[in-house]
Write a protein of this length. Structure first.
Length: 189
């Protein structure tokens, strides 16, 4: 089983560094001759940790594309799907696309974290050309120039939402609000 990326899909920008990295590894796994299953999650709920320093130091989160909508998946749902695919038959050669159960904008994610903390947090949009390493400390310098476009692509569109978590585990995927409640202590520091 390989944890890949939802960026691998028909019509994707095959020159994007994240696509190239995951597509290369997937091909190497296929070429190995071993059995395989690919898990392709889209947005991770844990990406919200990029705002952790700002939330710990105040009530304003600066970022790009306030209205960009994704369906972030809780890491525990990825683990549950991985466990099922490893322990149960029927997943050899399968590609499972994983998402959370609902569309949530960046601004709504920050608000959900605020509710979990009992605080009124607000998202302040920054133009993409002004976004730098201070807003994306987790992004390698070589990808930083393309990163705002990557997360901004979903602005104004509905994200992919799959039933895969529930189909494989028998339990519905967790919402971003549940993720925020599960990680409130992380944001408090």
């Amino acid at each position: 089983m390989l944890l890949s990326s939802g960026i691998i899909q028909e019509g994707a920008d095959e020159t994007h560094p994240i696509h190239v990295m995951h597509a290369t590894v997937e091909q190497q796994v296929r070429d190995s001759g071993l059995g395989w299953t690919f898990l392709r999650p889209n947005a991770f709920a844990t990406n919200a940790f990029q705002w952790l320093p700002q939330i710990r130091s105040g009530d304003t989160v600066r970022g790009v594309f306030a209205d960009a909508s994704t369906a972030p998946i809780h890491e525990d749902d990825i683990v549950a799907v991985a466990e099922r695919t490893l322990l149960h038959d029927g997943h050899d050669g399968a590609v499972h696309r994983l998402t959370g159960p609902e569309a949530v904008t960046h601004a709504e994610q920050v608000a959900a974290i605020g509710r979990a903390l009992g605080r009124d947090l607000r998202f302040v949009e920054v133009p993409p050309h002004e976004a730098g390493p201070d807003l994306f400390p987790h992004v390698p310098q070589g990808m930083l120039e393309r990163f705002p476009k990557t997360i901004g692509d979903p602005a104004g569109t509905e994200p992919e939402i799959t039933p895969t978590v529930e189909k494989i585990t028998g339990s519905p995927a967790r919402t971003f609000t549940e993720w925020a409640e599960d990680h409130a202590a992380d944001f408090r520091g």
